[in-house]
Design a protein around this ligand. Structure first.
Ligand code: AMP
Ligand code: ZN
Length: 310
């Protein structure tokens, strides 16, 4: 198998694009896919300071590496979720990456704040993954506002987004469908813009990028995510992709293209969402963050569990 670009020996084939690349051309291809996503969905400009949320996994570390290579000003944020053993190992990967590259990383420890995710889930009697999601959303936005960042970037890849889309469609979750997009615009000065620059790259491509560029990432899955439904959706989509290369990409990008039609569903639910609109958001009276409800989901969770952040 030869590289379609330069004719050298290929190290990876990409059936969805009927192509194959050597290491160097694959790296160029990945950068091009990310540049395309940033431009096509108007994620951010050269002037924006970006906060990259890094878990220590392949996707977010690859994202940080790619944005740095493309010349963007971006700093890292890692949340130590307080999951015994797994969190320490994940944190190490993020810290080591930042040290190696000489870039700024902020670490927020849930343990130090007295709200480790497993304890929060147990005390509030809520599913661990939902508690974890609430905690992440809260601190991603809070850290961005505190640091003066215009944009929060996460490492969600095409497989993540296609699986989420399949789940939302299977259960016809209109509200979630209307909110699923590679760019969530900022809402007044309460919510910063959220972007997913890896949305055109599959999980396999992002893993290959991490390996070929020598990124040291955590291989193990989060112990709390065992049996997560998203894993089953990914599996189903992989079966489809095997016999229909490109199916994931057309499923997801086709949906994004049709989003204007769906935005009416969002407007019916919450009012127009846009650069200047505050919709029906207001400030949580406990913590001051943006929320549809008062208190916000995060404060409700910590109040219910009897664990308030220190
Ligand atoms: P997940 O929700 O675990 O699939 O992760 C999706 C994205 O959220 C990752 O690619 C990261 O950008 C971000 N993320 C997940 N966990 C963390 C964490 N502990 N700290 C910072 N960012 C995270
Ligand atoms: Zn709150």
């Amino acid at each position: 198998m030869k590289c379609r670009r330069c004719g050298k020996r290929a190290v990876i084939d990409i059936k969805a694009h009927h192509t194959a690349f050597c290491r160097d051309c694959f790296i160029l291809y990945v950068h091009r896919q990310v540049r395309r996503a940033i431009a096509e969905y108007r994620m951010f400009s050269r002037e924006d300071k970006i906060l990259v949320c890094v878990s220590g996994g392949k996707d977010s570390l690859a994202l940080w590496d790619i944005l740095l290579s493309l010349g963007y000003e971006c700093h890292g944020l890692h949340l130590d979720l307080g999951i015994d053993g797994y969190s320490e190992r994940s944190r190490m990967k993020a810290v080591e990456f930042a040290q190696k590259r000489g870039c700024t990383l902020r670490v927020i420890s849930m343990e130090e704040m007295g709200i480790p995710v497993p304890k929060l889930a147990k005390k509030s009697r809520r599913p661990e993954c939902s508690v974890c999601g609430t905690v992440k959303r809260h601190f991603f936005n809070k850290a961005a506002l505190e640091g003066g960042y215009k944009v929060v970037a996460t490492g969600h890849n095409l497989d993540d987004e296609a699986a989420r889309l399949l789940g939302n469609i299977l259960h016809w979750q209109w509200e979630y469908l209307a909110k699923q997009r590679p760019v969530l615009p900022p809402v007044s000065d309460l919510l910063v813009r959220k972007v997913e620059p890896l949305c055109r790259l599959s999980e396999r491509e992002s893993a290959a990028y991490a390996i070929l560029t020598g990124i040291d990432y955590i291989l193990e899955e989060c112990p709390m995510s065992k049996g997560a439904t998203s894993i089953r959706y990914k599996h189903a989509l992989n079966i489809l992709e095997d016999s229909m290369p490109g199916a994931k990409m057309s499923f997801y990008t086709g949906f994004i293209k049709n989003l204007p039609r769906l935005s009416r569903a969002w407007e019916d639910l919450h009012g127009a969402i846009g650069e200047d609109s505050g919709g029906s958001f207001s400030r949580c009276s406990e913590c001051g963050s943006a929320s549809f409800t008062d208190p916000c989901n995060f404060c409700r969770l910590t109040i219910e569990s009897g664990l308030r952040p220190r």
